[in-house]
Design a protein around this ligand. Structure first.
Ligand code: PLP
Length: 468
């Protein structure tokens, strides 16, 4: 398997060569040259496999330059019942006949990002150990990404994490998740500012090519192909758990932000998994719903991005969306380059009236938007009706999913975080605090380790340089 760029300007590369990179050199995103195709016999073989074996089979297509025995070891170390609280890794919970929740948030930081990032941590360490290289990961977080990245990279050889967060702006729980880590290779930097200040610093440092190269600066953002590949696995797992035979179709509802999660569903469908619809749910920040309803993709300015009660979906532009449009154009890199030239200049594109808009409909993505009142209402109703407590992001997915439910087609709703991370909304919905999983009882009272800095890229650079 070789990887090319959505903008056509990267010579084909193998998996290990794109693993540590962010954007391709031409500003595009890495994509497999062709998708693996799994036929009826192939699906039959996969049905019945446990999570680790399934992950190995799927990942073998994408990471075929890692020796099978090594890949096997990496996957066995990653998806353990210890780390994910369950031998199933992503268990399926049935609410009623034909309506299911796929639990993706039982990992170490209680959010679905763990599924990809836990694997990424082990893959990074493996590749760096082979080359004798090291990597300084620089990131900015407003909530879920920071803890997932830190828990994935803690104690890993050759890797150091510098994570910027806006001082005092995250929930006490999320702050404690990150700042309580005592591993010497995890460095928390609380910035006197807001999330955008943190992101601006990451951009400024990344744009300084000499510094970036000298200090081996890398990222773990959601455009990383390995993250998408890792997420494909649970679409298969969920499908097999909700059906008896491979002739059945299912639909998935996906709470969406950067289009990473649903992009994995799209790839699973392209590989031959019998998915009828992928139901894309946005919150008040409805850039993606607007596109699937109207054909117009209009990324917003950060100043137009609302802070909502499903904060991990507060995005103004969806990085991974470019991968989907690449497929819609029939993999016409010149067309993608032209569309994103306009987007990067702050513009929008409109596919209505072009043959591409008709093609979009072939991919089975339907969409809808949820808001605060609907979110709270859904949490309350699901709790009353089924005795199951869901988080605000999952609630957005369920709300939109139920609007698109079809008789005879099982619906699998992806649960992307545990309620405990968003206790304010849970109390608003059901009048009581969400339960705390074991190990998190006193997390806010643990000793915290972080430095505080002004929103100043040079100061952050100096700090990175000091650590070597
Ligand atoms: C990141 C995140 C999302 C959005 O996923 P994308 O891959 O960015 O679309 C949804 N819910 C939660 C809880 C998240 O952390």
């Amino acid at each position: 398997m070789r990887y090319i760029s959505t903008r056509g300007g990267m010579p084909p590369k193998r998996f290990s060569k794109i693993l540590l990179g962010g954007l391709a050199s031409d500003g595009g995103l890495a994509m497999p040259e062709t998708y693996p195709s799994i036929d009826a016999a192939g699906l039959e073989k996969l049905r019945g496999l446990g999570y680790r074996d399934l992950a190995f089979e799927i990942f073998s297509y994408f990471a075929d330059d890692i020796p099978a025995a090594d890949l096997h070891g990496i996957i066995e170390r990653t998806y353990t019942a210890g780390a994910f609280q369950n031998e199933e890794i992503t268990p399926l919970k049935t609410l009623e006949r034909g309506l299911h929740i796929l639990e993706l948030s039982n990992g170490p930081t209680l959010a679905f990002k763990d599924i990809a990032l836990q694997l990424l941590g082990n893959l990074f360490e493996y590749v760096l150990t082979k080359t004798g290289d090291h990597l300084n990961i620089l990131g900015a977080t407003s909530g879920d990404t920071g803890p997932s990245a830190e828990y994935a990279m803690r104690g890993k050889h050759g890797i150091r994490v510098f994570m910027l967060s806006p001082q005092g702006k995250m929930s006490p729980f999320q702050t404690a998740q990150m700042f309580s880590l005592q591993d010497p290779n995890i460095l928390n930097i609380a910035i006197r500012g807001v999330f955008d200040d943190c992101q601006d610093i990451v951009k400024a440092v990344s744009n300084d090519c000499a510094f970036k190269q000298r200090y081996r600066i890398g990222t773990v953002n959601s455009i990383n192909w390995a993250r998408i590949a890792a997420q494909i696995v649970y679409y298969f797992k969920g499908y097999f758990a909700a059906t008896r035979s491979n002739t059945e179709q299912v639909s998935f509802s996906v709470p969406s932000g950067n289009f990473g999660n649903i992009c994995a569903g799209h790839v699973a469908r392209m590989m031959g998994l019998p998915i009828r619809n992928l139901i894309l749910a946005t919150n008040e920040n409805d850039v993606l719903d607007e596109f699937f309803r109207t054909g117009r993709y209009r990324p917003r300015a950060t100043s137009e991005t609302m802070h909502t009660s499903s904060p991990s979906m507060d995005i103004s532009k969806a990085s991974n969306f470019e991968r989907f449009i690449f497929d819609v154009t029939g993999r016409d890199a010149a067309r993608v380059k032209e569309l994103w030239r306009v987007v990067e200049e702050g513009g929008a594109f409109d596919l209505v009236g072009t043959p591409l808009w008709e093609k979009v409909k072939d991919y089975g993505i339907v969409s809808g938007t949820s808001g605060h009142a609907a979110r709270i209402d859904t949490i309350r109703k699901i709790h009353e009706q089924y005795g199951v407590l869901i988080d605000p992001h999952t609630a957005d997915g369920l709300k939109v999913g139920l609007e698109h439910r079809e008789p005879g087609v099982p619906m699998i709703c992806l649960a992307t975080a545990l309620p405990v991370k968003f206790s304010e909304s849970i109390v608003e919905a059901i009048g009581q605090e969400p339960p705390r999983p074991a190990g998190y009882e006193n997390v806010e009272r643990m000793p915290q380790r972080y430095v505080v800095m002004n929103p100043d890229a040079d100061a952050v650079k100096a700090f990175i340089a000091e650590q070597g």
